[in-house]
Write a protein that binds this ligand. Sequence first.
Ligand code: 4AD
Ligand code: MG
Length: 462
Amino acid sequence: FDYTRISDLVKKEPSDQIVAAQGWVRTKRDGKTVSFLEVNDGSCLKGLQVVIDRAKISDDILAPVTTGASVVCRGRIVESAGGNQQVEMQAEEIILVGAAPVDTYPLQKKRHTLEFLREIAHLRPRTNLMGAVMRVRNTMAYAVHTFFQERGFVYVNTPLISTADAEGAGEQFHVTTLDLDHIPRTADGAVDYTKDFFGKMAKLTVSGQLEGETYAMALKNIYTFGPTFRAENSNTTRHLAEFWMIEPEMAFCDLEGNMQIAEEFLTYVLRTVLEKHEDDMNLFSQFVEPGLKDTLWQVIEAPFAHMTYTDAIAELSKNNNKFEYPVSWGSDMQSEHERFLTETVWKRPVIVTDYPKEIKAFYMKLNDDGKTVRGMDVLAPRLGEIIGGSEREARVDVLEERMRECNLNPENYWWYLDLRRFGTVPHAGFGLGFERAVRYVTGMQNIRDVIPFPRAVKSADF
Ligand code: 4AD
Ligand code: MG
């Protein structure tokens, strides 16, 4: 097995040693006596230039070596004569591994639209742009783990199949073995879930938070990082039906501590990407979102803005004439309002706190005013909500009351209430939508282009 990557070869000092480059041909150019290949294995943005002396390598061998073909190129790394790269490979041997016929291979040299690329989700990672997005996504996942691991948080895997509705929003996919054409019914006509696989109604989780809290009540600081599912009928550029979420949960922590960690965490992830991905970030800054790199550095360097929901609504309602949906106290913010706060009012991320209880989940701590809860949303320019979180209701009686107000049956959440019956503590946590974060960092405009295989309303092609 050869561990050599193209990203190492393009940085190698020229030498007489023969090395092998394995990868896919991105482009091929034929001159009079020499041909040029750009070969890449996805380890970096710009591939290795392979220079082929056609007196040495026959046209028969070269003919099927076209864009998309897989090859092994053996040769020496030499200083490059052209100005586009430091070094290139002087080929001794070209081995075609798998051809990609020019008349059928969909990715030819011209630029393709993102819409077209979505239809060929299995081939789009071979484009420069998608390769860059996926490398950055990988580094972000790594940064998520390092951030929490370095701070002693325990990584907890929460279940994907669940009988609880963590957000109480009723937007869950069902998991069932019942035959939908012959649904078993009880005498009174209800679905007979005793005949179902689990013996009761099961769903795909919308969040690992509730189960995460149980582990925070034992291990103090934990985080989850896994897939979550929402059957929201939102056909937008920021909603997916299957997305990844990072949910830290901290015992002995209040809303202030929660906000501090959320800000440290986001800036840590941004910084890691900016430091590790110069070429990829330059690509995004140049072709996707002009000035992206500078903007992200500014976000890292200035503290996030803070405001209460009540203040935010006061500010927004002064500008109601600018919105499709005017707001008043009690309104849920839409993305146009979130963007106004971050792009016009503050020009940086904003943390909004203390929302009306009616528009937030049952588990958020009730403030003394009886009307608002200790929730927080982190809003980002270009995107709107990137993080949602709160201090949790730690008082068992208040929590039960809130559940009833939200039409949830406390009996179904007996284990969650036990956390407040036995050794309850103030605790808090938040959820970062991973794809929203990748969208934010790369400047990509559609969330479907930052996850390998997007699942969204009316679309799951692979
Ligand atoms: O605000 P949400 O619904 O909060 C929770 O799920 C809490 N349980 C989190 C917690 O406190 N532990 O979702 C959290 C984040 C949102 O801010 C957003 O970034 C992302 O998850 N998100 C989505 N991302 C993509 N597609 C969707 N349909 C999303 N819904 C939420
Ligand atoms: Mg939210």
